[in-house]
Ligand binder design. Structure first.
Ligand code: SF4
Ligand code: SF4
Length: 170
C-alpha cells in the first residue's frame, strides 16, 4: 500500500486548494459537533460524519479518508449548514474535498463502483432486487433506466461527453 507523507507545507497547500474548490468555511470550524448531531451519515452507521471529515481534512489524514465511503455518502441535505454556528457549510467542504481527492489523490473503490453503476444501469447506487420485487407482486425491473434502453442510452451519451469520461471508467 502506498503511504501518503503529509508535511505541514503540503497540508497547507491542500487546504488552500480545497478552499479554492469551494470549501472556504474549513478555516472557521471549531469542532463544536452541532453538524454531527443532525448528519444522517452518523445515524446510518458511516464511520465518519461531517465534523470528523472536516477534522481529518484539516489535519491532513487523507489516507483514512480515501477508501472510506463516508465522504461519498453525503447527500447534500444541508442539515449541517442549518445548525452550524460558524457558517462553515460542511457539505461544501466535503464536496470540495471530493474534487481534491479525485484530482490529487485517488478515486475510492466505492466512488468507482458508483460511476460504473451509473453508466451500466443509470443508477449510481444499485442492488439486485428482482426477486424481492416479484415476491411483492411487482415486475422484476422498476420503470427507470433499468427497463428503458432509450433512456439508458441517453444517460450513457451524457456521461461519455462529460468530464467523467476522462477517468477512463467506461
Ligand atoms: S462545521 Fe460548524 S457545526 Fe460542524 S463542528 Fe464545525 S463549527 Fe461546529
Ligand atoms: S449535507 Fe452531508 S454532511 Fe451535511 S448533514 Fe447532510 S449528509 Fe451530513
Amino acid at each position: 500500500m502506498n503511504v501518503i507523507n503529509v508535511t505541514s507545507k503540503n497540508r497547507q497547500e491542500a487546504i488552500e486548494k480545497i478552499i479554492a474548490l469551494g470549501g472556504e468555511g474549513i478555516v472557521r470550524c471549531i469542532q463544536c459537533g452541532a453538524c454531527a448531531s443532525v448528519c444522517p451519515l452518523a445515524r446510518t452507521g458511516f464511520t465518519l460524519n461531517c465534523k470528523k471529515l472536516i477534522r481529518l481534512i484539516q489535519t491532513g489524514h487523507w489516507e483514512e479518508m480515501i477508501e472510506d465511503p463516508s465522504t461519498w455518502a453525503c447527500v447534500a441535505c444541508n442539515r449541517c449548514t442549518e445548525v452550524c454556528p460558524r457558517d462553515v457549510k460542511p457539505s461544501e467542504i466535503i464536496f470540495a474535498y471530493r474534487r481534491f481527492q479525485a484530482m490529487e489523490l485517488a478515486i475510492s473503490t466505492s466512488a468507482t463502483m458508483s460511476q460504473m453503476n451509473l453508466y451500466m444501469k443509470g443508477h449510481a447506487v444499485f442492488s439486485e432486487a428482482a426477486q424481492l420485487r416479484q415476491k411483492v407482486g411487482l415486475p422484476p425491473l422498476p420503470p427507470t433506466t433499468l427497463s428503458d434502453e432509450k433512456a439508458l442510452k441517453e444517460v450513457q451519451t451524457l456521461l461519455e461527453n462529460s468530464p467523467m469520461a476522462e477517468l477512463g471508467l467506461f
